[in-house]
Ligand binder design. Structure first.
Ligand SMILES: Nc1nc2c(ncn2[C@@H]2O[C@H](COP(=O)(O)OP(=O)(O)OP(=O)(O)O)[C@@H](O)[C@H]2O)c(=O)[nH]1
Ligand SMILES: [Mg+2]
Length: 381
């Protein structure tokens, strides 16, 4: 088992590009003649571990000796290193605006109707939504009764418990290594953070010696391809892009190339779109269908990237994209900004799709795994 986080936490600079043998472009029978296959060689992995599954775990995992038998998909708990603390601080800072207004509810001396009314208002203001707010209040009152709490601060502690429990089903690790390659398509509205998140995720995967191939299926804008190419260069991974081409055909080529080249992961970046743009949603469905044609059991992950600042709209995005595509996971970005955070409770209550990662900034280390309890504490402190 190897770590996605061990290297990330080290302050050593990114490894220099390895002068690798020229990688020939793969000639794919399906590829239209204008397809550009930009092949950037990947640094050779020191140890080939084809049967080994990797887990992007909430807990850092340790690196085991290659010869040792490793149980697949087994995150190894380890003490939280310092950098994890620092991103929790970022999350906390991002959520502080909301957090402090919820926390203020508990500064009085009595547990009465007024406290619960204020709390209801604060939760709604934090984008928690009516259903999750009602659920949390009922659950909290039960906990307060059971604990025979008399101090408002104790009620705050019980709310942390209630929220952590509500969010718990969203906590799930993203596993790779079970398929060759694991194919993921990344979708979302414009500017949600899809390309940036793919870049960060690629870096983590590449550092874990996973051979990654990117598909620039956002063919609308030349800038989008360039943006992904920059990430491919930085992370020394291969990218398949095609000028002005059809996104489904680029993705098909990428999955076929990923199979032919023995890649571990193929990540497809798609253009941003609103769920109301039905023809563009059809295009995403086509991409998904075409991936299945290239690899029968794929895509293995359909990830929705949601901007944490979009409030209750994030929930409707989750529902719409899930109805159209069958989402397997979420990446919630920009929780370092003015995001109120409560929307995760609404998602947990109304469409509990796992949150594989949260974004708390633009830097590489700002893509982190989601931990329900940490999040609940950060929101209510
Ligand atoms: N503060 C902050 N900024 C972020 C985060 N994630 C992404 N961004 C920024 O959000 C902006 C949009 O990110 P992109 O990755 O281009 O978004 P996208 O979804 O690919 O956008 P389109 O392809 O245009 O739909 C960029 O300026 C990113 O740096 C985050 O977690 N925190
Ligand atoms: Mg993009």
């Amino acid at each position: 088992m190897f770590s996605f986080f061990k290297k990330k936490f080290s302050s050593s600079p990114a490894p220099e590009p390895v002068p690798a043998p020229a990688v020939a472009s793969v000639d794919l029978p399906q590829a239209p003649p204008e397809a550009v296959v930009a092949a950037v060689p990947v640094a050779p992995a020191p140890v080939a571990a084809p049967a080994q599954a990797a887990v992007l775990s909430a807990e850092p995992v340790t690196v085991s000796a290659p010869a040792m038998p490793v149980a697949p998909i087994a995150p190894v708990p380890a003490p939280a290193p310092e950098p994890r603390r620092s991103w929790i601080d970022k999350l906390r800072q991002g959520l502080r605006k909301t957090g402090s207004s919820i926390a203020q509810v508990f500064t009085g001396t009595q547990i009465d109707d007024a406290l619960y009314e204020e709390l209801e208002e604060a939760l709604l203001m934090a984008d928690t939504g009516v259903k999750a707010t009602e659920y949390l209040l009922t659950d909290l009152k039960r906990r307060v009764k059971e604990a025979k709490a008399t101090d408002p601060q104790a009620v705050r502690g019980l709310l942390v418990e209630a929220l952590a429990e509500l969010l718990k089903p969203l906590e799930k690790s993203l596993a790779v290594g079970q398929h060759s390659p694991t194919v993921m398509m990344v979708v979302g509205v414009n500017g949600a953070g899809k390309t940036t998140s793919i870049g960060k995720l690629t870096r983590h995967l590449a550092e874990a010696d996973q051979k990654v191939l990117l598909a620039a299926a956002d063919t609308f804008r030349a800038a989008a391809r360039e943006q992904l190419s920059v990430w491919a260069d930085r992370t020394q991974v291969q990218i398949i892009s095609q000028e002005g081409g059809d996104p489904a055909s680029v993705t098909f080529d990428a999955v076929s190339a990923g199979r032919a080249r023995g890649c571990d992961v193929v990540l497809a970046d798609t253009a941003g779109r609103l769920p109301t743009q039905l023809h563009l949603m059809e295009e995403l469905k086509k991409i998904k269908r075409v991936i299945t044609k290239a690899q029968a059991d794929a895509p293995h992950e359909v990830l929705l990237v949601v901007d944490g600042n979009t409030g209750q709209n994030a929930l409707s995005q989750v529902k719409s994209f899930d109805d159209a595509l069958g989402l397997t996971g979420l990446i919630v970005t920009k929780l370092d900004g003015t995001a109120k955070g409560g929307v995760l409770a609404a998602i947990a209550r109304e469409r509990a799709i796992p949150v594989y990662f949260i974004g708390v900034g633009e830097k590489l280390e700002d893509l982190q795994t989601f931990n329900a309890r940490e999040f609940a504490q950060a929101l209510l402190e």
